[in-house]
Ligand binder design. Structure first.
Ligand code: NAD
Length: 492
């Protein structure tokens, strides 16, 4: 297994070690062994990053309207450098995040970079100013304008599951909007953060516009960013529990918070679904070992066709077989889960499922024989009731639960009876029927008959416990803007 280059901090335009040259080990999910070293930022390092981002926002022209063209040029230059370094991004995604090669070619690297291109395209459509003309409001004539200005200093706190994708989602949009940024990746994936510092330096980004900090403690740097009054907005992707803490702690400085949280999305296969058996057999939760916030981790099938669905799923899992978990196999889309902690968490949910009375249709075991890393078999529970904890809580591993429903109303009820509301899917031979169901799901996106509801030009985000705000597309850039009204009277 590759040893990664040391992950350095990037503060005020300089790539550097942490205070006192402190480092921490990066553990690779494929082997459970050390794969690299990363700078372990101290509180003083984080403080310097905040000061640099504040200074760059307040005292340079970065945020000015005249600089929009220059921001776009630099963001495009950075995009070119990321393209040139695609091989390194792929390697980092594999070695740090445990992405299998087939997954790298999708969400981890390629989709992230395509999403970046979409941001560049939609940037042209951002409304920066609206001229509302004259209004004589109670004998006070005014010429009114609304201008849209960057919010200020943004702290982007990101998770380990698809790090590059989430880093692009936040950093590119914030920079285009005119904000300055402190990127704080998860301790599991510091290299995918450090590469931003290295390439920002090469692209010639002005000092302080982008800073990258990380440390061994998962909470310390993030909590400091949330508490500091010099940070204007927290853009967070991660678990719902941490999202709540951020909102609570951010209240002390009236922080704007933008939260992309967990999910427990449902795929509803209606009774008239074309190729019903194939549809079920293709619903295995295996991509990136189920570690995706928007994955469809609850499969809802008609009770009248439950036996058929079970048989199809069984055949699906048998067909998938042992075609996962090899580092060098380009067709594999599933590797290990990210860490020992995550493996233990997922295995505890598998035990819980058995205790709750669900039946294992496939998998259920950790697989040490796959190479010493954190491997868990593709796993499927049937006879699941939606009130069970395995149906309500986000497992974030390769564990699918299959729930029967009576009719469309019952399917909608079950799909919505969850604290989350991130995504979902509906399949039917009748697209109107499917869309009617989709419209009643309380979630930020829904795929109908396999439609792609997540792309760089579409707003992505959640209802309910899945968060607030939208990332990607024009809405993703607008999240980093504030409106200001200017009304010109006749006093002069
Ligand atoms: P996590 O919440 O543990 O950590 C996310 C980030 O927050 C990391 O950078 C971590 O270091 C930091 N952090 C941890 N404690 C903190 C605190 N007290 N204050 C500030 N920052 C803190 O999540 P994770 O385990 O890294 O990622 C998995 C979770 O992320 C899952 O719940 C998943 O659904 C969610 N996720 C959501 C989306 C989305 O767009 N909705 C995308 C990817 C992942």
């Amino acid at each position: 297994m590759t040893t990664l280059p040391d992950a350095k901090l990037y503060i005020d335009g300089k790539l550097r070690d942490a205070e006192g040259s402190k480092t921490f080990d990066v553990i690779g999910p494929w082997t459970g062994e050390v794969v690299g070293k990363a700078a372990d930022a101290s509180s003083a390092d984080v403080d310097e990053a905040i000061a640099a981002a504040r200074r760059a926002f307040d005292d340079t022209g970065w945020a000015d309207p005249e600089n929009r063209g220059e921001r776009l040029r630099l963001v495009k230059k950075l995009r070119e450098l990321f393209e040139e370094n695609k091989g390194r991004l792929a390697e980092l995604s594999r070695v740090e995040a445990g992405a299998a090669l087939g997954a790298v070619a999708m969400a981890h690297v390629d989709n992230a970079n395509l999403g970046w291109d979409d941001y560049i395209k939609v940037f042209e459509e951002v409304t920066w100013e609206e001229d509302l003309g004259q209004r004589d409001f109670r004998n006070m004539p005014s010429h009114r304008k609304i201008v849209y200005e960057p919010v200020g200093v943004v702290a982007a706190i990101t998770p380990w599951n698809v790090p590059h994708y989430v880093n692009v989602g936040k950093v590119v949009a914030a920079l285009l909007a005119g904000c300055t940024v402190i990127l704080k990746p998860a301790p599991d994936t510091p290299g995918l953060g450090a590469i931003w510092g290295e390439l920002a330096e090469q692209a010639g980004l002005p000092a302080g516009v982008l800073n990258v900090v990380f440390g061994s403690d998962p909470a310390a740097a993030g909590e400091q960013l949330v508490a500091d009054p010099r940070v204007d907005l927290i853009s967070f992707t991660g678990s719902t529990g941490v999202g709540k803490r951020i909102m609570e702690a951010g209240a002390q400085t009236l922080k704007r918070v933008f939260l992309e949280l967990g999910g427990k999305s449902a795929k509803i296969v209606l009774d008239d679904a074309p190729n019903f058996a194939r549809e079920c057999a293709q619903s295995l939760l295996v991509f990136h070992a189920g570690q995706g916030c928007a994955v469809q981790s609850r499969l809802l099938v008609p009770r009248a066709r439950y036996d058929e669905a079970k048989a199809a799923l069984k055949a699906g899992y048998e067909g998938f077989g042992d075609n996962w978990g090899r580092f060098d196999e380009p067709t594999h889309i599933m590797g290990p889960v990210v860490s020992k902690r995550q493996q233990e968490r997922v295995m505890s949910y598998i035990e819980l499922g058995k205790e709750e009375g669900a039946t294992l249709l496939a998998g259920g075991n950790a697989r040490q024989d796959k190479g010493g890393g954190y491997f868990i078999e593709p796993t499927c529970f049937i006879d699941v009731d939606n009130s069970m904890r395995i149906a309500q809580e986000e497992i974030f591993g390769p564990v699918l639960v299959v729930i029967p429903f009576e009719d469309d109303e019952d399917a909608i009820r079950i799909a919505n009876e969850t604290p989350y509301g991130l995504s979902g899917g509906v399949v039917s031979a009748d697209p109107v029927r499917a869309e009617n169901v989709a419209r009643r799901l309380r979630s930020g996106s829904v795929s109908v008959n396999g439609g792609m509801c997540i792309a760089g030009d579409l707003p992505f985000g959640g209802f309910k416990g899945s968060g607030m705000g939208r990332e990607w597309g024009i809405a993703g850039i607008e999240e980093f803007l504030d409106s200001k009204v200017i009304a010109v009277g006749q006093a002069a």
